[in-house]
Design a protein around this ligand. Structure first.
Ligand code: PLP
Length: 401
């Protein structure tokens, strides 16, 4: 059986899958692996969230397609408190922000402009949809946001070729680089988006994990709220990836039709997210003080560990931007090219393989995030370093307090 649209080299045999399979194989053989590839928050679930979920477990109905009104209202409040006025009717809930992004890409059509490097699933989702994505390099040290000047020229080129881009995506803070774009860059990107009539898709899944609480952070949702679709969820800030819950803000006006289309996809694909999870998530999006404090501690822990690992890479001669959000690093090992070539390493998948084969350390090659294979970049996710048991992870969090 052959799947219909897959081009095997881009989706089925992605470096991500290859490494993950290799980790599973090694563990099955009882060989230790330090798994720094997967983007899992790896912190214990807060007990108050467990209570909330238990409280709503008897809610067995499907509920509304766009999400439970309690969750939509709570998410609207969450955004409004961040200066992005939102009505509950503008919110669509889904089983994670990932399927919501897929529905948004489907609704908009391509070509979509992505930052390079960027999270693996953006390009893969567009590939599955059979539509084009074009990646645009970011400003050095400001991952997740295409360099506005280059964005302008790529958008111009596509328009002149008769295939105008529909949207530009940004990730603030960013996966894979763990950096946070500067407000001036975000403002300029929004100006270019307006000039080319692009929808901005703002993936803010890591927004509550900016390490320095005093840092000024700006997202397109605040600058051009009427042309921005925002997605977020609880997978990263509250380590609830397995709960599968996310929300999208798709505002009235310009984007009303897109919201209608996303809701149609929701109704035909997932019907509604799990109802008890939605009700527990509604409680979390209302930001009770206990959770806010827990997220702040988690964020500090992510920052401290990421900075420590960055220092190890720098000592080894790699270049790495100072991590300022989420829990990732994106070391560039180009300065070590000659030495690595001596060991037969000339590509990022080769580098990831040597780290795994010879040192038992699993990372993801930069090629998985859209970088050229022969650029020696890696994505490293640090939470697996906090310890293998919940007790150890609580201790790590408590040490932050
Ligand atoms: N966006 C980015 C940049 C991510 O790294 C991830 C998860 O790895 C997601 C979205 C998906 O999160 P969710 O669990 O809400 O589907």
């Amino acid at each position: 059986v052959r799947p219909r649209t897959h081009q095997e080299d881009t989706v089925l045999v992605s470096p991500t899958l290859a490494i993950n399979e290799e980790i599973a194989r090694r563990r099955a053989q009882g060989r230790p692996v330090v798994a720094l590839g997967f983007g899992e928050a790896s912190l214990p679930v807060h007990p108050l969230l467990v209570d909330q979920l238990a409280r709503h477990a008897a809610q067995g109905g499907y509920g509304e397609v766009a999400g439970a009104s309690r969750l939509r209202e709570a998410a609207a409040g969450y955004w409004s408190r961040r200066g992005v006025g939102t009505r509950a009717e503008e919110v669509v809930a889904g089983p994670g922000s990932k399927p919501l992004l897929y529905a948004v890409f489907e609704a908009l059509g391509g070509p979509v402009l992505l930052p390079r490097p960027s999270w693996v699933s953006y390009a893969a989702q567009n590939e599955i949809l059979g539509q084009r994505s074009v990646s645009v390099p970011t400003v050095e040290g400001e991952g997740g946001v295409p360099d506005p000047a280059r964005l302008d020229s790529v958008a111009r080129g596509l328009r002149d070729a008769g295939t105008p881009a529909t949207a530009v995506l940004v990730t603030i803070p960013d996966n894979p680089t763990g950096t946070v774009a500067a407000p001036a860059t975000v403002r300029e990107l929004c100006r270019v988006a307006e000039e080319h009539d692009l929808v901005v898709i703002s993936d803010e899944i890591y927004l509550d994990l900016v390490h320095d609480p005093d840092r000024e952070v700006l997202t397109p949702s605040q600058v051009v709220p009427g042309r921005t679709i925002t997605t977020t969820g609880l997978s990263k800030s509250l380590a609830l990836g397995g709960w599968r819950i996310g929300v999208a803000r798709i505002p009235d006006g310009l984007l009303s039709q897109v919201r209608g289309r996303v809701t149609s996809v929701a109704s035909e694909i997932w019907s509604a997210p799990a109802h008890p999870v939605q009700l527990a998530a509604a409680w979390a999006f209302a930001e009770p003080a206990d959770l806010t404090a827990h997220i702040a501690l988690s964020s500090r822990l992510h920052g401290r560990v990421a900075r420590a690992v960055a220092a190890v890479f720098r000592d080894a001669g790699a270049e790495v931007a100072e991590p300022s959000g989420a829990f990732y690093l994106y070391p560039d090992l180009e300065p070590l090219r000659d030495r690595l070539a001596g060991a037969g390493v000339t590509t990022s998948p080769g580098l990831a393989r040597v780290l795994l084969d010879e040192h038992g350390i699993a990372t993801l090659p930069g090629a998985a995030f859209g970088d050229a294979e022969d650029r020696l970049t890696l994505r490293v996710a640090t939470p697996m370093l906090y310890g293998p048991s919940d007790d150890q992870r609580w201790a790590a969090l408590e040490a932050e307090a």
